[in-house]
Ligand binder design. Structure first.
Ligand code: NAD
Length: 490
Protein backbone atom coordinates (compact mmCIF):
# COMPACT_ATOMS: atom_id res chain seq x y z
CA UNK A 1 0.00 0.00 0.00
CA UNK A 2 1.29 3.46 -0.81
CA UNK A 3 2.36 5.40 2.25
CA UNK A 4 1.14 8.62 0.59
CA UNK A 5 -2.47 7.49 0.77
CA UNK A 6 -2.23 7.69 4.51
CA UNK A 7 -2.34 11.37 5.25
CA UNK A 8 0.30 11.14 7.95
CA UNK A 9 3.51 9.80 6.48
CA UNK A 10 5.25 6.73 7.85
CA UNK A 11 8.89 5.80 8.08
CA UNK A 12 10.15 2.94 5.93
CA UNK A 13 12.23 0.62 8.09
CA UNK A 14 13.25 -2.99 7.53
CA UNK A 15 11.00 -3.19 4.46
CA UNK A 16 7.86 -2.00 6.27
CA UNK A 17 5.98 1.25 6.65
CA UNK A 18 5.89 2.02 10.35
CA UNK A 19 4.53 4.93 12.36
CA UNK A 20 7.12 7.22 13.83
CA UNK A 21 7.03 7.72 17.57
CA UNK A 22 7.28 11.44 16.83
CA UNK A 23 5.44 13.83 19.13
CA UNK A 24 5.37 16.56 16.49
CA UNK A 25 4.15 16.62 12.90
CA UNK A 26 4.44 19.34 10.26
CA UNK A 27 2.06 20.06 7.40
CA UNK A 28 3.42 19.65 3.87
CA UNK A 29 1.75 22.28 1.69
CA UNK A 30 1.86 22.50 -2.09
CA UNK A 31 3.76 25.82 -2.37
CA UNK A 32 1.80 26.80 -5.49
CA UNK A 33 -1.68 26.31 -3.98
CA UNK A 34 -1.11 26.09 -0.20
CA UNK A 35 -3.20 22.89 -0.22
CA UNK A 36 -1.95 20.47 2.46
CA UNK A 37 -0.62 17.33 0.82
CA UNK A 38 0.33 15.35 3.92
CA UNK A 39 1.67 15.56 7.45
CA UNK A 40 5.25 14.64 8.10
CA UNK A 41 6.33 13.26 11.48
CA UNK A 42 9.43 14.67 13.15
CA UNK A 43 11.05 11.40 14.13
CA UNK A 44 12.83 11.01 17.44
CA UNK A 45 16.07 9.37 18.53
CA UNK A 46 14.19 6.14 19.16
CA UNK A 47 12.85 6.13 15.56
CA UNK A 48 16.43 6.53 14.34
CA UNK A 49 17.58 3.69 16.62
CA UNK A 50 15.00 1.37 15.04
CA UNK A 51 16.16 2.28 11.54
CA UNK A 52 19.85 1.84 12.36
CA UNK A 53 19.12 -1.57 13.86
CA UNK A 54 17.32 -2.64 10.67
CA UNK A 55 20.09 -1.27 8.44
CA UNK A 56 22.81 -3.00 10.48
CA UNK A 57 20.95 -6.27 10.40
CA UNK A 58 20.58 -6.08 6.61
CA UNK A 59 24.22 -5.09 6.10
CA UNK A 60 25.79 -8.52 6.64
CA UNK A 61 23.76 -10.17 3.86
CA UNK A 62 23.86 -7.23 1.46
CA UNK A 63 27.64 -6.91 1.77
CA UNK A 64 27.99 -10.61 1.01
CA UNK A 65 25.82 -10.45 -2.10
CA UNK A 66 28.02 -10.38 -5.23
CA UNK A 67 28.33 -6.86 -6.62
CA UNK A 68 26.98 -8.11 -9.95
CA UNK A 69 23.75 -9.14 -8.22
CA UNK A 70 23.49 -5.87 -6.34
CA UNK A 71 23.73 -3.88 -9.56
CA UNK A 72 21.14 -6.09 -11.26
CA UNK A 73 18.70 -4.78 -8.66
CA UNK A 74 19.81 -1.26 -9.59
CA UNK A 75 19.07 -1.95 -13.26
CA UNK A 76 15.52 -2.80 -12.20
CA UNK A 77 15.37 0.32 -10.03
CA UNK A 78 16.41 2.37 -13.07
CA UNK A 79 13.60 0.79 -15.09
CA UNK A 80 11.04 1.62 -12.39
CA UNK A 81 12.23 5.24 -12.30
CA UNK A 82 11.93 5.53 -16.08
CA UNK A 83 8.48 3.87 -16.13
CA UNK A 84 7.20 6.08 -13.32
CA UNK A 85 8.83 9.34 -14.38
CA UNK A 86 5.54 11.14 -15.10
CA UNK A 87 3.94 10.36 -11.75
CA UNK A 88 7.19 10.94 -9.88
CA UNK A 89 7.64 14.32 -11.59
CA UNK A 90 4.12 15.25 -10.54
CA UNK A 91 4.94 14.45 -6.92
CA UNK A 92 8.10 16.59 -7.12
CA UNK A 93 6.18 19.49 -8.65
CA UNK A 94 3.35 19.24 -6.14
CA UNK A 95 5.57 19.35 -3.10
CA UNK A 96 8.46 21.49 -4.37
CA UNK A 97 6.76 23.85 -6.82
CA UNK A 98 9.19 23.58 -9.74
CA UNK A 99 7.75 23.03 -13.21
CA UNK A 100 7.02 19.54 -14.52
CA UNK A 101 9.83 19.78 -17.05
CA UNK A 102 12.25 20.84 -14.30
CA UNK A 103 11.06 17.89 -12.20
CA UNK A 104 11.62 15.49 -15.09
CA UNK A 105 15.06 16.95 -15.71
CA UNK A 106 16.07 16.37 -12.08
CA UNK A 107 14.79 12.79 -12.20
CA UNK A 108 16.86 12.15 -15.32
CA UNK A 109 19.93 13.54 -13.58
CA UNK A 110 19.20 11.08 -10.76
CA UNK A 111 18.75 8.20 -13.20
CA UNK A 112 22.19 9.01 -14.64
CA UNK A 113 23.66 8.30 -11.21
CA UNK A 114 21.88 4.94 -11.07
CA UNK A 115 23.39 4.17 -14.48
CA UNK A 116 26.85 5.18 -13.28
CA UNK A 117 26.47 3.13 -10.09
CA UNK A 118 25.57 0.09 -12.21
CA UNK A 119 29.24 0.10 -13.23
CA UNK A 120 30.27 -0.72 -9.65
CA UNK A 121 31.76 -4.13 -10.56
CA UNK A 122 34.38 -2.19 -12.42
CA UNK A 123 34.40 0.97 -10.27
CA UNK A 124 35.25 -0.81 -7.03
CA UNK A 125 38.01 -2.99 -8.44
CA UNK A 126 41.07 -3.26 -6.25
CA UNK A 127 44.77 -3.21 -7.11
CA UNK A 128 47.52 -5.77 -6.92
CA UNK A 129 51.30 -5.62 -7.14
CA UNK A 130 52.83 -9.09 -7.27
CA UNK A 131 56.35 -9.67 -5.97
CA UNK A 132 56.81 -6.44 -3.96
CA UNK A 133 59.52 -8.45 -2.30
CA UNK A 134 60.65 -12.03 -3.02
CA UNK A 135 57.54 -14.22 -2.77
CA UNK A 136 55.46 -11.38 -1.37
CA UNK A 137 52.33 -9.97 -3.08
CA UNK A 138 50.41 -6.88 -2.11
CA UNK A 139 46.76 -6.22 -2.87
CA UNK A 140 44.18 -3.60 -2.07
CA UNK A 141 40.50 -4.53 -1.93
CA UNK A 142 37.58 -2.20 -1.43
CA UNK A 143 34.93 -2.96 1.17
CA UNK A 144 31.71 -1.13 2.00
CA UNK A 145 31.85 1.13 5.05
CA UNK A 146 28.63 -0.10 6.73
CA UNK A 147 25.49 1.91 7.40
CA UNK A 148 25.39 5.26 5.60
CA UNK A 149 23.00 8.12 6.43
CA UNK A 150 21.88 10.59 3.76
CA UNK A 151 20.44 13.96 4.81
CA UNK A 152 18.96 15.89 1.91
CA UNK A 153 17.51 19.33 1.04
CA UNK A 154 14.11 20.34 -0.32
CA UNK A 155 15.23 21.68 -3.67
CA UNK A 156 16.07 18.41 -5.47
CA UNK A 157 13.96 15.83 -3.63
CA UNK A 158 14.70 13.04 -6.14
CA UNK A 159 18.08 13.92 -7.62
CA UNK A 160 19.99 14.54 -4.39
CA UNK A 161 18.90 11.27 -2.70
CA UNK A 162 19.91 9.59 -5.97
CA UNK A 163 23.38 11.15 -5.72
CA UNK A 164 23.77 8.92 -2.68
CA UNK A 165 21.54 5.83 -2.64
CA UNK A 166 22.63 3.99 -5.83
CA UNK A 167 26.35 4.46 -5.22
CA UNK A 168 26.20 3.60 -1.52
CA UNK A 169 24.07 0.51 -2.18
CA UNK A 170 26.05 -0.74 -5.17
CA UNK A 171 29.22 -0.58 -3.06
CA UNK A 172 27.55 -2.86 -0.49
CA UNK A 173 26.42 -0.38 2.16
CA UNK A 174 22.98 -0.12 3.67
CA UNK A 175 21.35 3.27 3.82
CA UNK A 176 19.05 5.51 5.87
CA UNK A 177 17.58 8.51 4.09
CA UNK A 178 16.44 11.53 6.11
CA UNK A 179 14.82 13.71 3.45
CA UNK A 180 13.84 17.34 3.86
CA UNK A 181 10.73 17.65 6.01
CA UNK A 182 9.52 20.20 3.44
CA UNK A 183 9.56 17.66 0.56
CA UNK A 184 9.12 14.18 2.04
CA UNK A 185 6.74 12.72 -0.57
CA UNK A 186 9.26 12.14 -3.35
CA UNK A 187 11.38 10.18 -0.87
CA UNK A 188 8.37 7.98 -0.10
CA UNK A 189 8.00 7.25 -3.83
CA UNK A 190 11.72 6.42 -4.10
CA UNK A 191 11.38 3.83 -1.31
CA UNK A 192 8.38 2.26 -3.05
CA UNK A 193 10.16 2.04 -6.40
CA UNK A 194 13.32 0.62 -4.83
CA UNK A 195 11.30 -2.02 -2.97
CA UNK A 196 9.46 -2.92 -6.20
CA UNK A 197 12.84 -3.29 -7.91
CA UNK A 198 13.85 -5.86 -5.31
CA UNK A 199 16.02 -3.90 -2.89
CA UNK A 200 15.90 -6.27 0.13
CA UNK A 201 14.31 -5.22 3.40
CA UNK A 202 16.51 -3.08 5.64
CA UNK A 203 18.95 -2.19 2.85
CA UNK A 204 17.23 1.12 2.18
CA UNK A 205 15.33 2.90 4.96
CA UNK A 206 13.55 6.21 5.33
CA UNK A 207 13.24 8.27 8.49
CA UNK A 208 11.26 11.49 8.27
CA UNK A 209 12.11 14.43 10.45
CA UNK A 210 14.21 17.48 11.16
CA UNK A 211 16.98 18.46 13.55
CA UNK A 212 16.26 15.84 16.21
CA UNK A 213 16.50 13.00 13.67
CA UNK A 214 19.65 14.53 12.15
CA UNK A 215 21.31 14.81 15.55
CA UNK A 216 20.44 11.21 16.35
CA UNK A 217 21.94 10.04 13.04
CA UNK A 218 25.11 12.08 13.58
CA UNK A 219 25.67 10.69 17.07
CA UNK A 220 24.61 7.08 16.49
CA UNK A 221 27.57 4.70 16.86
CA UNK A 222 25.97 2.31 14.35
CA UNK A 223 26.39 4.75 11.46
CA UNK A 224 29.75 4.94 9.70
CA UNK A 225 29.30 7.68 7.12
CA UNK A 226 27.08 10.69 6.48
CA UNK A 227 26.33 12.31 3.14
CA UNK A 228 24.72 15.73 3.59
CA UNK A 229 23.42 18.34 1.15
CA UNK A 230 21.86 21.56 2.40
CA UNK A 231 22.49 25.10 3.58
CA UNK A 232 25.88 26.38 4.76
CA UNK A 233 25.31 26.68 8.52
CA UNK A 234 23.76 23.22 8.69
CA UNK A 235 26.48 21.72 6.46
CA UNK A 236 29.16 23.08 8.76
CA UNK A 237 27.30 21.77 11.80
CA UNK A 238 26.78 18.33 10.26
CA UNK A 239 30.42 18.12 9.22
CA UNK A 240 31.89 19.15 12.57
CA UNK A 241 29.42 17.11 14.66
CA UNK A 242 29.65 13.99 12.48
CA UNK A 243 33.45 14.15 12.34
CA UNK A 244 33.64 14.66 16.12
CA UNK A 245 31.58 11.46 16.45
CA UNK A 246 34.17 9.61 14.35
CA UNK A 247 32.25 9.40 11.09
CA UNK A 248 33.37 10.18 7.58
CA UNK A 249 31.28 13.08 6.35
CA UNK A 250 30.78 14.82 3.04
CA UNK A 251 28.68 17.99 3.40
CA UNK A 252 27.66 19.89 0.29
CA UNK A 253 26.62 23.38 1.18
CA UNK A 254 25.24 26.73 0.02
CA UNK A 255 26.38 28.91 -2.84
CA UNK A 256 26.55 32.36 -4.36
CA UNK A 257 27.37 31.80 -8.01
CA UNK A 258 28.75 34.60 -10.17
CA UNK A 259 28.30 34.93 -13.91
CA UNK A 260 30.91 37.18 -15.53
CA UNK A 261 29.75 38.76 -18.78
CA UNK A 262 32.81 39.87 -20.77
CA UNK A 263 32.68 42.60 -23.39
CA UNK A 264 33.16 40.10 -26.25
CA UNK A 265 30.34 37.78 -25.08
CA UNK A 266 27.66 36.64 -27.50
CA UNK A 267 25.11 38.86 -25.79
CA UNK A 268 21.78 37.25 -26.79
CA UNK A 269 23.01 33.81 -25.73
CA UNK A 270 24.55 35.16 -22.53
CA UNK A 271 21.30 36.90 -21.53
CA UNK A 272 19.29 33.72 -22.19
CA UNK A 273 21.75 31.67 -20.19
CA UNK A 274 22.02 34.08 -17.23
CA UNK A 275 18.21 34.39 -17.04
CA UNK A 276 17.74 30.62 -17.20
CA UNK A 277 20.30 30.10 -14.46
CA UNK A 278 18.97 32.86 -12.19
CA UNK A 279 15.21 32.31 -12.54
CA UNK A 280 14.96 28.57 -13.37
CA UNK A 281 13.68 26.47 -10.44
CA UNK A 282 12.73 29.88 -8.95
CA UNK A 283 16.42 30.40 -8.16
CA UNK A 284 16.24 27.53 -5.64
CA UNK A 285 19.30 25.73 -6.98
CA UNK A 286 22.76 25.57 -5.50
CA UNK A 287 23.95 26.08 -9.10
CA UNK A 288 21.75 29.14 -9.71
CA UNK A 289 23.54 32.22 -10.98
CA UNK A 290 22.68 34.94 -8.50
CA UNK A 291 25.23 37.65 -9.30
CA UNK A 292 25.95 38.90 -12.84
CA UNK A 293 29.33 40.63 -12.96
CA UNK A 294 29.18 42.71 -16.12
CA UNK A 295 31.95 44.78 -17.69
CA UNK A 296 30.93 48.42 -18.08
CA UNK A 297 30.98 48.89 -21.86
CA UNK A 298 28.11 46.43 -22.30
CA UNK A 299 26.38 46.78 -18.92
CA UNK A 300 23.49 49.08 -19.94
CA UNK A 301 22.60 46.92 -22.91
CA UNK A 302 22.90 43.72 -20.91
CA UNK A 303 20.62 45.00 -18.14
CA UNK A 304 17.99 46.15 -20.68
CA UNK A 305 18.00 42.78 -22.40
CA UNK A 306 17.86 40.93 -19.10
CA UNK A 307 14.85 42.96 -17.98
CA UNK A 308 13.07 41.91 -21.17
CA UNK A 309 13.99 38.26 -20.55
CA UNK A 310 12.73 38.50 -16.95
CA UNK A 311 9.46 40.09 -18.10
CA UNK A 312 8.90 37.19 -20.49
CA UNK A 313 9.11 34.47 -17.80
CA UNK A 314 5.69 32.89 -17.17
CA UNK A 315 5.25 32.42 -13.43
CA UNK A 316 2.62 30.05 -12.05
CA UNK A 317 1.71 26.57 -10.90
CA UNK A 318 4.37 24.18 -12.19
CA UNK A 319 1.69 21.60 -13.06
CA UNK A 320 0.23 23.92 -15.68
CA UNK A 321 1.42 23.73 -19.27
CA UNK A 322 3.59 26.68 -20.26
CA UNK A 323 4.68 27.65 -16.74
CA UNK A 324 8.35 28.55 -16.69
CA UNK A 325 8.85 29.43 -13.05
CA UNK A 326 7.13 28.11 -9.93
CA UNK A 327 6.87 29.45 -6.36
CA UNK A 328 9.30 29.58 -3.47
CA UNK A 329 9.10 26.72 -0.99
CA UNK A 330 7.48 28.47 1.99
CA UNK A 331 6.00 31.79 3.05
CA UNK A 332 8.76 32.26 5.71
CA UNK A 333 11.40 31.78 3.04
CA UNK A 334 9.76 34.38 0.80
CA UNK A 335 9.53 36.82 3.73
CA UNK A 336 13.28 36.44 4.35
CA UNK A 337 14.04 37.03 0.67
CA UNK A 338 11.87 40.17 0.60
CA UNK A 339 13.68 41.47 3.64
CA UNK A 340 17.07 40.92 1.94
CA UNK A 341 15.78 42.70 -1.19
CA UNK A 342 14.66 45.67 0.92
CA UNK A 343 18.04 45.76 2.58
CA UNK A 344 19.73 45.79 -0.83
CA UNK A 345 17.58 48.70 -1.96
CA UNK A 346 18.32 50.59 1.27
CA UNK A 347 22.04 50.06 0.64
CA UNK A 348 21.80 51.62 -2.82
CA UNK A 349 20.81 48.86 -5.26
CA UNK A 350 18.47 49.93 -8.09
CA UNK A 351 15.32 47.88 -8.76
CA UNK A 352 15.14 47.18 -12.49
CA UNK A 353 12.56 44.41 -12.47
CA UNK A 354 10.40 43.84 -9.39
CA UNK A 355 9.21 40.26 -8.84
CA UNK A 356 6.69 41.44 -6.25
CA UNK A 357 4.45 42.08 -9.27
CA UNK A 358 3.69 38.34 -9.60
CA UNK A 359 3.38 38.09 -5.84
CA UNK A 360 0.46 40.49 -5.99
CA UNK A 361 -1.06 38.96 -9.13
CA UNK A 362 -1.07 35.40 -7.76
CA UNK A 363 -3.16 35.45 -4.61
CA UNK A 364 -2.37 31.93 -3.41
CA UNK A 365 1.02 30.28 -3.23
CA UNK A 366 4.44 31.57 -2.29
CA UNK A 367 5.27 33.22 -5.59
CA UNK A 368 7.94 35.81 -6.28
CA UNK A 369 8.60 36.77 -9.89
CA UNK A 370 12.01 37.30 -11.52
CA UNK A 371 13.74 40.21 -9.83
CA UNK A 372 16.66 42.24 -11.15
CA UNK A 373 18.74 44.54 -8.96
CA UNK A 374 21.31 46.76 -10.68
CA UNK A 375 24.27 48.72 -9.30
CA UNK A 376 24.81 46.24 -6.51
CA UNK A 377 28.21 46.47 -4.82
CA UNK A 378 30.19 43.39 -3.69
CA UNK A 379 30.05 44.33 0.00
CA UNK A 380 26.23 44.47 0.10
CA UNK A 381 24.41 41.62 1.86
CA UNK A 382 22.39 40.88 -1.28
CA UNK A 383 25.68 40.26 -3.13
CA UNK A 384 27.24 38.15 -0.40
CA UNK A 385 24.49 35.96 1.03
CA UNK A 386 22.62 33.14 -0.66
CA UNK A 387 19.00 34.27 -1.20
CA UNK A 388 17.80 31.07 -2.87
CA UNK A 389 15.22 32.95 -4.92
CA UNK A 390 14.78 34.35 -8.46
CA UNK A 391 16.71 37.49 -7.54
CA UNK A 392 19.67 38.48 -9.69
CA UNK A 393 22.12 41.17 -8.58
CA UNK A 394 24.14 43.03 -11.22
CA UNK A 395 27.61 44.26 -10.25
CA UNK A 396 29.30 46.51 -12.81
CA UNK A 397 33.09 46.24 -13.19
CA UNK A 398 35.80 47.81 -15.38
CA UNK A 399 37.41 44.66 -16.75
CA UNK A 400 37.95 40.90 -16.36
CA UNK A 401 40.59 41.34 -13.64
CA UNK A 402 38.16 43.24 -11.45
CA UNK A 403 35.41 40.70 -12.25
CA UNK A 404 37.57 37.81 -11.08
CA UNK A 405 38.48 39.71 -7.90
CA UNK A 406 34.75 40.16 -7.19
CA UNK A 407 34.10 36.44 -7.66
CA UNK A 408 37.04 35.42 -5.47
CA UNK A 409 36.06 37.55 -2.49
CA UNK A 410 32.99 35.33 -1.96
CA UNK A 411 33.15 32.88 0.94
CA UNK A 412 31.42 30.41 -1.35
CA UNK A 413 32.96 28.59 -4.32
CA UNK A 414 30.36 26.32 -5.83
CA UNK A 415 30.08 27.48 -9.45
CA UNK A 416 31.23 30.41 -11.60
CA UNK A 417 30.50 31.15 -15.24
CA UNK A 418 32.20 33.28 -17.88
CA UNK A 419 30.55 34.46 -21.09
CA UNK A 420 33.18 35.25 -23.71
CA UNK A 421 34.29 34.39 -27.22
CA UNK A 422 37.95 34.77 -26.22
CA UNK A 423 40.05 31.70 -25.47
CA UNK A 424 42.56 33.87 -23.66
CA UNK A 425 39.89 35.24 -21.28
CA UNK A 426 38.46 31.75 -20.77
CA UNK A 427 41.90 30.39 -19.90
CA UNK A 428 42.57 33.21 -17.43
CA UNK A 429 39.17 32.55 -15.83
CA UNK A 430 39.87 28.83 -15.56
CA UNK A 431 43.24 29.47 -13.94
CA UNK A 432 42.33 32.26 -11.53
CA UNK A 433 38.76 31.72 -10.39
CA UNK A 434 38.31 30.09 -6.98
CA UNK A 435 35.28 27.87 -7.52
CA UNK A 436 34.93 24.15 -8.10
CA UNK A 437 32.49 24.03 -11.04
CA UNK A 438 33.12 26.41 -13.91
CA UNK A 439 31.00 27.12 -16.95
CA UNK A 440 32.29 28.77 -20.08
CA UNK A 441 29.19 29.96 -21.91
CA UNK A 442 27.24 27.31 -19.93
CA UNK A 443 24.87 28.74 -17.32
CA UNK A 444 24.31 25.71 -15.09
CA UNK A 445 27.58 23.76 -15.27
CA UNK A 446 26.49 20.65 -13.38
CA UNK A 447 29.00 17.83 -13.82
CA UNK A 448 27.71 14.48 -15.11
CA UNK A 449 27.31 11.60 -12.66
CA UNK A 450 30.76 10.23 -13.50
CA UNK A 451 32.50 13.44 -12.34
CA UNK A 452 32.58 14.90 -8.83
CA UNK A 453 30.13 17.63 -7.85
CA UNK A 454 33.01 19.67 -6.59
CA UNK A 455 32.18 22.85 -4.67
CA UNK A 456 35.04 24.76 -3.03
CA UNK A 457 35.45 26.99 0.02
CA UNK A 458 32.32 27.17 2.23
CA UNK A 459 30.27 25.44 -0.47
CA UNK A 460 31.70 22.12 0.69
CA UNK A 461 32.94 20.50 3.88
CA UNK A 462 34.94 17.28 3.67
CA UNK A 463 37.41 15.64 1.32
CA UNK A 464 35.49 13.49 -1.12
CA UNK A 465 32.69 15.03 -3.16
CA UNK A 466 29.42 13.49 -4.34
CA UNK A 467 29.40 11.39 -7.54
CA UNK A 468 32.25 10.22 -9.77
CA UNK A 469 35.22 8.33 -8.36
CA UNK A 470 35.05 10.49 -5.22
CA UNK A 471 31.77 8.79 -4.31
CA UNK A 472 33.26 5.34 -4.85
CA UNK A 473 36.08 6.32 -2.47
CA UNK A 474 33.60 7.79 0.02
CA UNK A 475 31.35 4.73 0.13
CA UNK A 476 34.20 2.19 0.37
CA UNK A 477 37.11 1.61 2.69
CA UNK A 478 40.31 0.02 1.58
CA UNK A 479 41.83 -3.13 2.93
CA UNK A 480 45.49 -3.89 2.20
CA UNK A 481 46.62 -7.49 2.10
CA UNK A 482 50.31 -8.40 2.06
CA UNK A 483 50.79 -12.12 1.48
CA UNK A 484 53.53 -14.70 1.33
CA UNK A 485 53.03 -18.48 1.08
CA UNK A 486 55.36 -20.88 2.92
CA UNK A 487 56.06 -24.49 2.09
CA UNK A 488 54.71 -26.71 -0.66
CA UNK A 489 55.01 -26.05 -4.35
CA UNK A 490 57.97 -23.81 -5.16
P1 NAD B 1 18.59 23.00 4.97
O1 NAD B 1 19.99 23.16 5.43
O2 NAD B 1 17.54 23.82 5.62
O3 NAD B 1 18.12 21.47 5.15
C1 NAD B 1 18.90 20.41 4.67
C2 NAD B 1 18.69 19.20 5.59
O4 NAD B 1 19.17 19.50 6.88
C3 NAD B 1 17.21 18.83 5.74
O5 NAD B 1 17.10 17.44 5.70
C4 NAD B 1 16.84 19.39 7.11
O6 NAD B 1 15.87 18.64 7.77
C5 NAD B 1 18.16 19.34 7.87
N1 NAD B 1 18.29 20.44 8.84
C6 NAD B 1 17.79 21.71 8.72
N2 NAD B 1 18.16 22.44 9.78
C7 NAD B 1 18.88 21.64 10.59
C8 NAD B 1 19.55 21.83 11.84
N3 NAD B 1 19.51 23.00 12.46
N4 NAD B 1 20.22 20.79 12.36
C9 NAD B 1 20.27 19.61 11.75
N5 NAD B 1 19.66 19.37 10.56
C10 NAD B 1 18.98 20.36 9.99
O7 NAD B 1 18.61 23.20 3.39
P2 NAD B 1 17.37 23.39 2.42
O8 NAD B 1 16.79 24.73 2.64
O9 NAD B 1 16.49 22.20 2.48
O10 NAD B 1 18.10 23.34 1.00
C11 NAD B 1 18.62 24.47 0.37
C12 NAD B 1 20.10 24.63 0.65
O11 NAD B 1 20.80 23.48 0.18
C13 NAD B 1 20.71 25.81 -0.09
O12 NAD B 1 21.61 26.47 0.76
C14 NAD B 1 21.42 25.17 -1.27
O13 NAD B 1 22.50 25.90 -1.80
C15 NAD B 1 21.89 23.89 -0.65
N6 NAD B 1 22.15 22.88 -1.66
C16 NAD B 1 23.44 22.61 -1.96
C17 NAD B 1 23.73 21.70 -2.95
C18 NAD B 1 25.15 21.39 -3.30
O14 NAD B 1 25.36 20.45 -4.03
N7 NAD B 1 26.13 22.13 -2.80
C19 NAD B 1 22.69 21.05 -3.65
C20 NAD B 1 21.37 21.34 -3.31
C21 NAD B 1 21.11 22.27 -2.30
Amino acid sequence: MSAILKHRLSNFVGGEWISAKAREVLPVPNPATEEILAEVPLSTESDVDTAVEAARKAFAKWEEMPVTERVRILFRFRERLVEQIDSLARTVTEENGKTLSESKAEIWRGIEVVEFAAGMPSLMKGEVTPQVSRGVDMEMVRCPVGVVAGITPFNFPVMVPLWMIPLALAAGNTFILKPSERTPLSAVRLMELAAEAGVPEGVLNLVHGGKEAVDALLRHPGIEAVSFVGSQPVAEYVYTTGAACGKRVQALSGAKNHHIVHSDAHLESAVRSVAGSAFGCAGQRCMAGSVAVVVEPIADRFVDMLREAADAVRVGNGLEEGTEQGPLIREEHRARVLQRMEQGLAEGAVMVRDGRREMKELARGYFLGPTLLDRVRPEMTVAREELFAPVLSVIRVRDLDEAIRVVNRSRYGNAAVLYTESGKAARKFREEVEAGMLGINVGVPVPSAYYPFSGWKQSFYGDLHANGKDAVEFYTRKKMVTSRWFGGGD
